[in-house]
Ligand binder design. Sequence first.
Ligand SMILES: [Ca+2]
Ligand SMILES: [Ca+2]
Ligand SMILES: [Ca+2]
Length: 710
Amino acid sequence: MLQRWLALLGLPLALALLAPAAGAQTVSQIRLMLHPYAAAPGDLPADVLARLQTLAGTTLSVSSATRTGALEFTLDSPITEADAKTMLRRLRDDRSVLWAEPIRPGLALKSGTTASSIIGNKLMVRLVGDPTPDWDTLLPRWSALTGAPMSVQRQVGTSIWVLSVPPAPEDALAQMAEQLQEDSEVQYADPVTQARAFLVPNDPYYPNQWALSDPVGGVNAPAAWDLQIGSASVTVAVLDTGSTQHPDLAGRFLPGYDFISDPAMANDGNGRDPDASDPGDGTSNNECGDGVPGEPSSFHGTFVSGIIAANTNNGVGISGLDWNAKILPVRVLGRCGGSFDDIVDAILWASGLPVAGVPPNPFPARVINMSLGGEISCPQALQDAINSALVNGAVVVAAAGNSASDTSGFSPAGCGGVIAVGASTRQGDRASYSNFGLRVDLSAPGGDGVVQDWILSTGNDPAGPGNPIYEFAIGTSAAAPHVAAAASLMIARNANLTPGRIQDIITGTTRSFAAGTTCGVSPLCGSGMLDINIALQSTLPGGGMAPPGTVPVVEYYNPARDHYFMSADAAEEAYVDTVLSSVFQRTGELFFAWADPVLAPLTALPVCRFFAGGQIASHYFTASASECQFIIAHAGATWLLENPAAFYVLLPDVNGTCQLGTLPVYKFFDNRADANQRHTIDLSVRRAMINRAWVPQGIGPNHVAFCTPI
Ligand SMILES: [Ca+2]
Ligand SMILES: [Ca+2]
Ligand SMILES: [Ca+2]
């Protein structure tokens, strides 16, 4: 199917025509999503605008806000692409900014398919203010507005609703969604369309992984492994066809979840269920539409997972890029592809957020890989879900697509805040099938040409599950997981990196395309080719970026007791790292706190540290002077005051809000005999503790214990 599309497009000509125009472009507008720390969606407090203008180095005038809460700014005067890149990097590196990107006119490039030939029967709708919907009023009103009967199918996440409508072409559904947005109670509405896997499978077996080490086209993995081989505490969600039993992936899959709601698509006899194993997605002729040929099962999720996490150095099969990270298989692709309402739920759940009717995810992902997509501009519900995932600390990586056309017309690659990955070849150029355009962030090995130059990974024989194989394939589906693995290795080195910072390091450390290639002379393949070694070298280890006057408060974990501990004392940390290293291991998590009250803000407060021995064997920390005195007076026999000023912090206001320039530290209590607390600034950790039913403790609705320097 892919090869036919390429023949229709005549791509090299299209690329050559596009390049000069794109190279001469300037940027006069940017779009930016603020972190909820800084402002409510769509809001722009004066102090935040002042901060953004300082970072941007220019005046920013708000021109509008999107329905999902992103702000659009017009610059003082147009700037070059290079200057825009520098400005956006400064903005993204700030913790008040969730994502930032230039606004560009869409590049009109004719594609091999026409959207209107595809039929759908669902819309995704979010209501203003997320009230409990009064369907008896809304549905008749909306039916009158659109001329189509509607019913409620189900909820996506906790605030988006899927409506059933009569089957209609995609452009008719899009028109219906536009009409719904005219209703004052509708925040946004999108048609639900189909996504598919971006991989071109093949069967030959050949043991050669050029993508790991080829000096021209590879990702420099062996040198990267000298710095970092990954951490089992980092979870990478693979939103795909699910998992299979494979000897080279043994021990690497978490339970995951099956989000495919249509039983026919799911091919496992039911809708959603907790079993994310891949039963196969094979189809017969015409099953996915008139004239669409049948295809054998792809076991695409197994292929993508192997690139990230096949067991390395085990004497079997291939080497994965991350030797320790866990894969969370989240099933969204089945026969004939997947549906974007399922993908929205899967993104929310993967990042630890609640989804109606699905148990909470105890292993929120720090990285979400989507080697999939559809030819549609970013649905608003999808953008909303991606924003939520970023807020919760998850990096979102998406394949650019295999249609040899402009990436901005594809989702999720075209959505804000996503790292969009194009496919490069062993020769260091763009793969012939890869989508391209200014929306591509970088390229990574996807393979092309002779089979030895394809990507080798774990697979499963099309005959059915339980037949593990190794196979070569090409596609942006193979490129994206190289970037996802780079992110998981970086997080293992420094768990405190924000998704924005990770995107900047990965795109800022790419290698140049080979001289004389189309990617080398045009800006259409992203910043360059992924180099994991340079990305890791550019990732300061956790604790290396302490602001002046501060120290890292380092977290430790005792797996035998499921018990956390934190220390701000370098001598104590050295003791735990050596003498107690068989008991307590660093989690990689930390926050910064003031060590010296002279260098701290005037309103900073000391944190009392207590210890209880015996059965409890636990520490207790509080920044409340009255609580500190209360414990000394009433529980001093059990809880020994070890340090009246372990470190210094600020307190939030009565609503739990921290002042700008400081980060909230959330506190959780395990409610067990070991009286254990966990403190974290990491929203994915916060989400994990909520999902593990630890009790939140602290000030305000979000239970904030301290405010600490960024
Ligand atoms: Ca199922
Ligand atoms: Ca299942
Ligand atoms: Ca292996």
